[in-house]
Design a protein around this ligand. Structure first.
Ligand SMILES: Cc1ncc(COP(=O)(O)O)c(C=O)c1O
Length: 449
């Protein structure tokens, strides 16, 4: 990735905010001042400020300028971590989710597959490390460093098949005495996986910044599952203050970890990608999890974890009982795909396509009075919320009749809200014709009400 001027200004300002050089609520230098200081255009400084605003470091007040946001003090945890194992009750959530994908790079994938098959004759004779193929882990490490701000050693990266394998591995590392806390609303399949594993699961409400930390239980060993780069399903991006609150919560007791699920972070349509929460973790409390399900294909079934250093010893002890669940051939192909920079090119290509689709929806619904759109800055879906003037029951009936591509968000709650007016529009996997049809039907029904 090209290091642009705005990127270095953004980094410098961010670091000065984090290390306290720029105090909380203090006024930051004007765009004009910084542009002459760095000898760049005002536009370049503005781009850096817009990114800092998007991440929650900075607030801008009209005609007053830019100010450091009110960030909580960042506490650290530096005592050795202890792991307990125990059993928990079993509950299930039975919501089935269907996924579609398009734009898979078939031709280049086929070409690399043929090459791997003919060049790597001894591949099938080799034993695979439990962590996965070292070359692929190295490519993932490089990707994480550049695009997610994560500095990890290759030995912290472990490959597995599907989020189920990743959750099983985490449970094998930390034991069964932990309660998983997930966001409400949240990812139903993950809830099922956790409950089927016999692990205690609790859900806690989110607000417009993500999970509300004050709701978390004080004493029991807890893993907090969060989706900070694009909350699933509400699309909220967790600002820096809430990220620090999450870390402070984890850092204030031994038996607390955060599971950062960065599942569609590759797709951000404005400014820079927002660095992972893990990149702020200095106390080895964040387990990072990601997948190639969204960025390449759900059928590929390749996922990975970045295990924090505090848990690496335990992982080393158990890893031979958790062999890698992804075949070596797929790993070699993906490794080559990444190494030859096809992954980067593929992401850039599909990001453009998805951005165009998102704009098409925003543009089409802009003039509508009773509908609000949110969560469109990143990810592969956005949220449509209907105001109280709209009869949501009628809307649901219409959606079912017309087979529209909208999902009811109340299905993603453990405790269904009485009057949920939010719908998820998973537009990325839809053709332009399908999107147009859905938009037309939404408009017609809005006007008919
Ligand atoms: C929140 C969240 N996490 C993770 C995943 C990826 O799961 P998998 O890689 O098992 O398909 C998804 C996929 O939809 C998701 O929505």
């Amino acid at each position: 990735m090209k290091t642009t001027k705005y990127l270095s200004i953004y980094n410098e300002l961010k670091n000065k905010i984090l290390d306290g050089t720029f105090a909380i609520q203090s006024k930051l230098p004007s765009k004009r001042k910084l542009s002459s200081f760095y000898n760049v255009s005002v536009m370049t400084v503005d781009t850096a400020y817009q990114q800092l605003i998007a991440e929650g470091y900075v607030i801008s007040y009209e005609r007053k300028g830019y100010f450091v946001n009110d960030l909580p003090e960042h506490r650290f945890f530096d005592q050795p971590n202890m792991i307990n194992r125990d059993n928990h009750q079993n509950q299930t959530t039975n919501i089935i989710e269907r996924k579609k994908t398009t734009y898979f790079p078939h031709q280049i994938w086929a070409k690399i597959s043929r090459k791997v098959l003919s060049d790597e004759m001894d591949m099938m004779d080799n034993q695979l490390d439990p962590e996965g193929l070292i070359g692929l882990r190295y490519e993932i490490k490089k990707y994480l460093e550049i695009y997610r701000g994560i500095i990890a050693n290759v030995d912290q990266i472990v490959i597995g098949s599907g989020s189920q394998a990743m959750i099983q591995l985490i449970i094998a590392i930390i034991g069964r005495n932990y309660t998983f806390v997930m966001e409400e609303p949240g990812f139903p399949r993950l809830k099922s996986i956790i409950r089927h594993s016999g692990i205690n699961l609790m859900t806690k409400e989110i607000d417009h910044q993500g999970i509300m930390i004050h709701q978390l239980n004080e004493n029991q060993p807890t893993i907090l599952h969060v989706t900070p780069s694009h909350q699933y399903p509400m699309g909220v991006i967790m600002p820096i203050a809430r990220r620090i609150e999450c870390l402070n919560w984890a850092n204030s007791q031994h038996h607390r970890y955060i599971l950062e699920d960065d599942y569609d972070s590759e797709f951000r349509y404005q400014g820079l990608p927002i660095p992972a929460l893990q990149s702020l973790d200095q106390s080895s409390k964040v387990i990072y999890m990601n997948t190639f399900s969204k960025s390449l294909s759900p059928s590929l079934k390749i996922n990975y974890l970045v295990i924090p250093k505090s848990l690496l010893n335990v992982y080393q002890d158990i890893k031979f009982s958790m062999p890698c669940s992804v075949p070596i051939f797929e790993q070699k192909v993906l490794m080559t795909f990444m190494k030859e920079q096809h992954f980067e090119r593929h992401l850039n290509k599909v990001k453009k396509i998805y951005r165009k689709k998102a704009l098409m929806i925003i543009e089409a619904l802009r003039e509508e009075n009773h509908i609000q759109i949110s969560g469109y800055e990143s990810g592969l879906h956005m949220v449509l919320s209907f105001d109280p003037m709209i009869n949501v029951k009628k809307m649901i009936k219409m959606i079912n009749q017309k087979n529209l591509h909208l999902k009811r968000i109340d299905d993603y709650y453990d405790h269904r809200p009485k009057d949920c007016r939010d719908f998820m529009f998973e537009y990325a996997a839809l053709s332009d014709t399908e999107i147009s049809k859905t938009l037309k039907a939404i408009k017609e029904s809005l006007h008919a009400m």
